[in-house]
Design a protein around this ligand. Structure first.
Ligand code: FES
Ligand code: FES
Length: 169
């Protein structure tokens, strides 16, 4: 079996590990690194439960959302990644996470890590997103519980908070 030494920086922590050539980033994060907030839903890029952010200089926001189940871990050597656990700062939730709590955007919680990561990406790229753009932006993230209304309300609430905070600066 092919083994590859790689280094990943996840939520500002560096991991130097050896991964099997056929293992996905999702498998490595969950099974080798115990980052179980990255959820295994479909395993084939259809549900968004495994969404994480990867630093990308080509993006205006400096990072982009990807499905960890679709990336081979061996190809991620040297990358900086953020999971739902690493979104906040100094132990606080970020605006999106707090809004999901405040607006009851969470029911069973299985989709939530992927939802908050994707919503953060969406608002970083398009702070003025309309409701239609929010719904379109989240269409790759499936929720079996909420009917999406509370999720969209949560993203809109986060958007207001982020806009207010920006004005204060
Ligand atoms: S587990 Fe990756 S998109 Fe469903
Ligand atoms: S809250 Fe249960 S799947 Fe979304």
């Amino acid at each position: 079996m092919n083994k590859h030494p790689i280094t990943l920086t996840i939520n500002n922590q560096e991991y130097s590990i050896t991964v099997a050539g056929h293992h996905t980033l999702l498998q490595v994060m969950r099974d080798q690194l115990d980052l179980t907030e990255v959820k295994y839903g479909c395993g084939r890029g259809e549900c968004g439960a495994c969404t994480v952010l990867v630093d990308d200089d080509n993006e205006k926001s400096g990072r982009k959302a990807i499905d960890a189940c679709l990336a081979l871990a061996a190809t991620m050597d040297g990358k900086k990644l953020t999971t739902a656990r690493g979104l906040g700062e100094n132990g606080d939730l970020n605006a999106v996470q707090q809004a999901f709590v405040d607006e009851s955007g969470i029911q069973c919680g299985f989709c939530t890590p992927g939802m908050v990561v994707k919503s953060t990406d969406l608002l970083e790229k398009n702070p003025k997103a309309t409701e239609e753009e929010i719904r379109f932006g989240l269409e790759g993230n499936i929720c079996r519980c909420t009917g999406y209304v509370k999720i969209v309300d949560s993203v809109k609430k986060a958007q207001k908070v982020m806009t207010k905070n920006k004005k204060k600066k």
